[in-house]
Each structure stands twice: as C-alpha cells, then as structure tokens.
Ligand binder design. Structure first.
Ligand code: GUN
Length: 295
C-alpha cells in the first residue's frame, strides 16, 4: 500500500481563505500581538511567518521584540498593557523563553480571552471539560488533517507519542472528544514499537528525527507527524534538511495516509492561530463568531 500524502499546505490555504472571509464579515479588525524575547533564529522565522499570514488574512499584527536580557517583570508589564489594549484580541508569546523567565508565570499572565495559543490553565481546563475554549493550534490542525481523509474518527485507537503541554496532552483531549480510544505514549513507555503498532491513528510528537519506523505502523493507519527536525543532508553540502519524527518513506509503504514534513502539520499551526485570533476578536467585540470558522 502507498499512503495518501496529506497536503497540509493545501488544507491550510483553504482554511486561511475561509478565515479571510470571516475577518471581512466582522465589524472589528482582529489584532494579534506577537512577543519574541531574544534572537533565536528558528523563533524569528516562526514569528515572521505568523505576521505575514496575519496581513494576508486582514488581521492587524503588533510585533514586540525584546532583548534576551529582558526581565520577567518587564515582560509581565508588557502583557498587562496588551491585556488592557482594546485593539489587541490575541496575544502570543513565542516559546521557548530565555532560562531566567518562568514560562508558566508568563502564560498565566495572559488574559484567557486573548490566549490564542490555548496554553492558559483556564483554556486547558475548558478543553478538558468539553467547554468552548481557545484551543492549542497544532493539535487542532492534526485533527483537521485526520478528518480530511477520514471524517468520522469515532472508535479508532489513537496513539500519541509525546506528552507535551503544547501537543501531546491537548491532542489527547481533542481525539477523546472525537470518540477515539486514546493512549498517550512517551519516552518511558515499554515496547513503544508494539504500542504504535496498535494505532489506527498515530501522532508523532517527540522531537526525534525519523524515530518511528515503517515496521512500527499498523497497515492502513493514519500517521500525523508533528516533528520538525533539522538533520544534515546526505549530499555532503553541509546544508540541513527538515525531517519529521517518522521515517516517512518506510511509513508511507504501510499507512493509508500520512502527513509529510515539511508541508503537513506545520502550515496548519499558523492557520489555527489566525482562526483563534478571529474567534477571540469576535467574542471580545460581542459579535457572533462567523459560522464558517466556528466548526
Ligand atoms: N514554540 C513552538 N511552538 C509554539 C507554539 O505553538 N506557540 C508558541 N507561543 N510558541 C511556540
């Protein structure tokens, strides 16, 4: 079997077009504040992409770049100002933060109504209770991609490899809400290969290049690869290339559908961020969330 290659770029583009139409239908112009502390090159790329995507969707963006030595108190003060700013409906603090700043303290300072990452304990709790919440963008993107090939996920066994707060844990809640049977596996799981072989939906979110092999995959499974890893190219050029957490070529021989890296889950994350910003703006402005993006 050769798997369907799930085209995250195309799904995300369609979603972004819908979001653009939703923005145009609102009386308020959604605004997203993106805060970057320090000069991590990967973070700079992510932030640039987020700001560009906002402009394309008609969303205002406000970019705050702070020096790496910024104190936690100064960052919290900026968040207080953004929380109070009526033109800002979404606040994103790019992670990771420098070591002298406590990430959880920062996350908890963001107004939950503006928490477009869905990382605040209020949104985490609401998601786990099945209440309307601002949801983490990457796992929601994974669910949308899985449903692009199999709309009803009910009864499927989902195995999530990775237990992060950003992906693994919220992914479990979302798949549970879709009536999957959910297992969260991680680095201490015994016989991880055997566990993965039970998965009708396998989500790889461990951050280890090509760790999940073709023989770990159940024939016909849907494979969602969240990993973004840079490894040296084989051609000796000294350049890097991007790979996921799944050994793609092997896995595509066994799976029924699989997301590539790049061009799979990654583009969905930004689309999710835009969607959350529009939802937050509509709610804060007291307008109805446009039906096309409310799911
Ligand atoms: N760093 C890596 N992924 C994310 C994300 O989804 N949100 C934020 N704020 N930072 C990140």
């Amino acid at each position: 079997m050769t798997a369907i290659r799930i085209d995250g770029k195309a799904v995300a583009e369609a979603l972004r077009a819908t979001i653009g139409e939703a923005v145009a239908s609102l009386n308020v112009t959604p605004g997203l504040a993106v805060v970057l502390v320090g000069e991590d090159p990967a973070s700079q790329v992510y932030v640039r992409n987020k700001i560009k995507a906002c402009a394309e969707a008609g969303i205002d963006s406000f970019h705050h770049t702070l020096p790496v030595e910024t104190s936690q108190a100064d960052l919290l003060e900026l968040l207080d100002r953004l929380n109070a700013d009526a033109s800002v409906h979404g606040i994103l603090v790019q992670l990771p933060l420098p070591g002298h700043i406590d990430e959880q303290t920062v996350i908890e300072r963001i107004d939950p109504a503006k928490d477009v990452d869905g990382f605040h304990p209020v949104n985490v709790g609401r998601l786990s209770l099945g209440l309307p919440a601002l949801e983490p963008c990457t796992p929601r993107g994974c669910v949308i991609l899985a449903q692009s090939v199999q709309p009803d996920l009910s009864g499927l066994h989902a195995v999530i490899v990775g237990r992060s707060n950003i992906v693994g844990k919220p992914m479990a809640q979302m798949l549970l809400a879709e009536n999957c049977t959910v297992t969260i596996a991680h680095s201490r799981t015994r016989d991880l290969a055997a566990m993965c072989r039970q998965a009708d939906i396998l989500v790889a979110a461990v951050g280890r290049p090509q760790m999940i092999k073709g023989e770990w995959i159940k024939p016909g499974a849907i494979v969602l690869d969240v990993g973004i890893n840079r490894i040296p190219r084989e051609d000796g050029s000294g350049k890097n290339r991007l790979v996921g957490d799944v050994a793609y070529a092997e896995a595509a021989e066994v799976a029924s559908a699989i997301t590539p890296v790049p061009g799979g889950v990654g583009p969905m994350t930004i689309a999710g961020l835009l969607r959350n910003t529009v939802i937050a703006a509509a709610r804060l402005a007291g307008e109805a969330v446009p039906g096309s993006i409310s799911r």
